[in-house]
Write a protein that binds this ligand. Structure first.
Ligand code: ATP
Length: 354
């Protein structure tokens, strides 16, 4: 990839007999906000620790600007890490905390202070230089940790769930700031999270992981709209998964038979299959007259969510679907038990491997 700063090439990581990473390959570009996303235990932190040098890889290679970094101890790698528990020194001021890493690298006091002040300005903490961590909010403490990690101007900043200790409102605010800081510094950020909303809102690209494997790499839009497989479709956002017979596939377009018999066309990465799983996002299903419907269902439970309404729809074969009707205020809801026509918006469905 052009402008690749980190190349993770078939990396294996074993802890005794357990394999945490099964040949992971990902290229991360200079200047990129790159997220490792996946459920607990999928290997995100392990991969980050391998990049940082806290864990040796068991196989494969990690290259920084084309050079294998295996021989470099953590402190010699031009990467820096921000952890979930940011471990500021409570007895030092904000400025001293931000200077700490630089001084450990051998910087003189005057230069270290100058650079630390710049980093603290970047995270909007110039007014707090003399305070101690105990006199700051959680979000401000996290920003000190960020300034401390940014001060040596690493090529890559690794962030391991740095927002998970913050409450929801603060987390949302800091997300935007973090993204802004990444843009301003132009440093590649490799961000670990299990929170898909966080990943979708902040990232240039996302690698979705499960069980020590990368399932898909793509932009937030690609991951959400064109999931590579059932795991990604189900993990990112909400989706309906319906087993269907496949009638025909050609040139990335499948013809499938919906429950009830109607045939529709939908995009797919499969080249050959007789059976598959259709993924349909709830917000891409509309109500319509049964005579015009792709699917016939019975209305079930409804939940009012302010911006939209979530409706459960039961198909004759026993499958349950979730429908999200936009514009809650204007929507007239069907009675529970009523016969419903469901129409899938054009391109709403994708065929995935069963
Ligand atoms: P979380 O979101 O919960 O932090 P994660 O995706 O970051 O999860 P990892 O911490 O990378 O997951 O762990 C991946 C797997 O490797 C887990 O099954 C974990 O138990 C295992 N593992 C991690 N570190 C070690 C270790 N030092 N020794 C043995 N097993 C380990």
């Amino acid at each position: 990839m052009i402008g690749t700063v980190i190349s993770i090439d078939r990396v294996e990581k074993r802890f005794g007999t357990f394999t945490a990473l099964h040949g992971v390959s990902v290229d991360i570009a200079d200047n990129e906000f790159f997220t490792l996303l996946g459920p607990s235990g999928c290997g995100k932190t392990t991969l980050l620790r391998c990049i940082a040098g806290f864990e040796p890889v068991s196989g494969g290679q990690i290259r920084l600007n084309g050079e294998d970094i295996a021989p470099l101890p953590p402190y010699r790698r031009p990467v820096n890490t921000v952890f979930q528990h940011y471990a500021l020194f409570p007895h030092m001021t904000v400025l001293e905390n931000a200077m700490f890493g630089l001084q450990r690298l051998g910087w003189g006091v005057v230069d270290a202070e100058g650079r630390a002040r710049q980093a603290l300005e970047l995270v909007h903490l110039s007014a707090f230089l003399k305070r101690r961590p105990g006199q700051l909010s959680g979000g401000q403490q996290q920003r000190v940790a960020l300034a401390r990690a940014l001060a040596p101007e690493p090529r890559v900043l690794l962030l391991d769930e740095p927002l998970s200790a913050l409450d929801l409102k603060l987390r949302q605010a800091v997300r935007m700031e973090l993204k802004q800081i990444q843009r301003e510094t132009g440093i590649a950020f490799v961000f670990v999270t299990h929170d898909q909303e966080e990943a979708l809102t902040m990232s240039d690209r996302i690698a979705v992981m499960s069980d020590g494997r990368v399932q898909q790499v793509g932009t937030p839009r690609e991951i959400y709209e064109s999931p590579a497989n059932r795991f990604v479709a189900d993990f990112i956002g909400e989706t309906n998964l319906i087993e269907v017979p496949v009638l025909n596939i050609s040139n990335g377009l499948a013809e499938v038979s919906l429950p009830g018999g109607r045939a529709i066309q939908c995009p797919t990465r499969l080249v050959d299959a007789t059976q598959g799983v259709l993924s349909v996002r709830p917000e891409r299903i509309d109500l319509c007259a049964p005579s015009e419907a792709d699917l016939i269902a019975t209305a079930g439970a409804q939940v009012y969510l302010g911006t939209d309404i979530q409706l459960k729809a039961h198909l004759a074969g026993g499958e349950q679907m979730t429908v999200r009707l936009q514009n809650a205020a204007a929507t007239v809801l069907p009675q529970s038990g009523a016969r419903l026509g469901l129409r899938l918006e054009a391109g709403a469905a994708r065929l995935l491997a069963a």
